[in-house]
Write a protein that binds this ligand. Structure first.
Ligand code: 5AD
Ligand code: FES
Length: 379
């Protein structure tokens, strides 16, 4: 009895000290690696304070608008072999598909009619000229069918400078390429050692797209094998250092047909990865108040209200899937991906209803570019 009293007293003292320091870190923007690790691993109560503060900073800085980016998963054909990804080249268990041009344009017309401000064209990484020319043509066609109004974000992996430039000149203005980890050693552990999956190449691609004038988006997975809290803290500092305009990050979820199908020893549980992801979003919102942060689909794979929770914690972008329903079961990057049995029409309404829970307004018909980028442009 006495012993337990003693314990609870000393624990609450420690807890008070922690609380003080966590609040100081947040209130005074003291974002060093050590402090970021403290925030990521702090108590439940401190975590709630963090999420609340980040939500407040978002409202004060960029308001309560959430922007939709209609996601078109153009093809699951991929030349790469990332050890974590369900559409990796070596996965023979999936059927490979390619949307027809008409299906891509149909999805873009749907997004335009639904007044989504932008679309995202995502695909496995393909680098041949036929693919490059096709994307270039599709970008021009989408611009034409929407009277130049639909914003176009690309997420098509590592390409040469010339290719990034062609797509930019055709009308795409944002590019997403996740760094996956800002720690080169961890990057190496997550990718095959075949000379084609190079951290330096990934970084160079990001630099080039920024120079060309794209709004550059990057991101990471949270809870991958071998990742530490220090890695995550450094990832946050990397985003700031790199002066990134948009970030998408979500929990890593095992996929059965990949080398990382089983959790490695010491892995976080899925709920832990989920909570950590919310904290990452919240901290990043405090560190970079005016960037665009996506509430990623992987969050929803763990918690049905995952994306709404991320919006409350500071995210402001949602990517409803507008890929024709029959293909969705083949773009499974991880187990339990949500909404794979739905058609695009079902996604908008479902999101509207959910977002009202997070007290947000949807920025219909607006591009919703990151304020951060706009400020830089104005100089
Ligand atoms: N779990 C979570 N996210 C994944 N991605 C790829 N595989 C997984 C997985 N198993 C993410 C990567 C990639 C993005 C398109 O999807 O970060 O950049
Ligand atoms: Fe396709 Fe990683 S497996 S880019």
């Amino acid at each position: 009895m006495l012993l337990s009293k003693h314990f609870s007293k000393s624990r609450s003292n420690v807890y008070l000290c922690m609380m003080q320091s966590v609040r100081d870190i947040i209130d005074q923007n003291l974002f060093t690696v050590e402090n970021l690790v403290t925030l990521l691993s702090s108590s439940v109560d401190d975590g709630l304070y963090l999420l609340k503060k980040a939500g407040e900073v978002k409202l004060k800085t960029i308001g309560n608008k959430v922007y939709f980016r209609g996601l078109i998963e153009l093809s699951n054909v991929c030349e790469k072999d990332c050890l974590y990804c369900g559409i990796r080249k070596s996965n023979d268990a999936i059927e490979r598909y390619n949307l027809t041009d008409e299906e891509v344009l149909g999805a873009a017309r749907f997004a335009f009619a639904e007044r989504y401000g932008s679309i995202v064209i995502q695909s496995g990484e393909v680098t041949n000229e036929q693919f490059v020319a096709r994307i270039e043509r599709l970008i021009r066609q989408i611009k034409a069918l929407s009277d130049n109004k639909l914003g176009i974000t690309l997420s098509l992996g590592e390409q040469t400078e010339a290719v990034y430039r062609r797509w930019f000149d055709a009308g795409a203005h944002r590019y997403l390429l996740r760094i996956e980890s800002s720690n080169p050693e961890l990057y190496r552990q997550l990718h095959p050692d075949d000379g084609k999956h190079l951290y330096q190449q990934r970084l160079a691609s990001l630099k080039i797209m920024k120079q060309i004038g794209y709004q550059a988006g990057t991101g990471i997975m949270i809870g991958t094998p071998f990742q530490t809290m220090q890695d995550l803290a450094n990832d946050l500092l990397f985003f700031r250092e790199f002066d990134i305009d948009m970030v998408g990050m979500g929990p890593f979820i095992e996929h059965d047909d990949t080398p990382f199908r089983n959790p490695v020893a010491g892995s976080l549980s899925l709920p832990e990865r989920f909570n950590l992801s919310l904290r990452m979003v919240a901290i990043l919102r405090l560190m970079m108040p005016d960037i665009n942060i996506a509430a990623t689909t992987a969050l929803q794979a763990i918690d049905p209200l995952g994306r709404e929770k991320a919006v409350k914690a500071g995210a402001n972008i949602i990517m409803p899937n507008i890929t024709p329903g029959k293909y969705r079961n083949n773009y499974l990057l991880y187990n339990n991906k949500p909404c794979t049995n739905e058609e695009p029409e079902q996604c908008g309404g479902c999101l509207d209803a959910r977002l009202s829970l997070a007290d947000s307004e949807i920025g219909y018909g607006e591009w919703g570019d990151s304020r951060h980028f706009e400020k830089k442009e104005k100089g």
